[in-house]
Ligand binder design. Sequence first.
Ligand SMILES: [Zn+2]
Length: 83
Amino acid sequence: MAHGDYDGPDRPDKGKEGGSCNRTLCQCAPARWYNHGSYAWYCDDCRDQIYDAVGRLHWERDFPNAGHPMFETREMMNARGRR
Ligand SMILES: [Zn+2]
């Protein structure tokens, strides 16, 4: 499934780590990408759609000092924290 394929009620684990994607019209699992902009978790497909070339430009322009990408997996955040 991808964004736009889902038209049901919000799942209890929507936007949670390892749960259902935070996009209301998607809610695919597993949501393994954390969005530092919305503080919620997204599936692989939505991460790619939101964080495309334009999304990357916006992130770099709006958060030049973030020091990390807009979307990260738990593994990426853990690796960053150890530095
Ligand atoms: Zn999704």
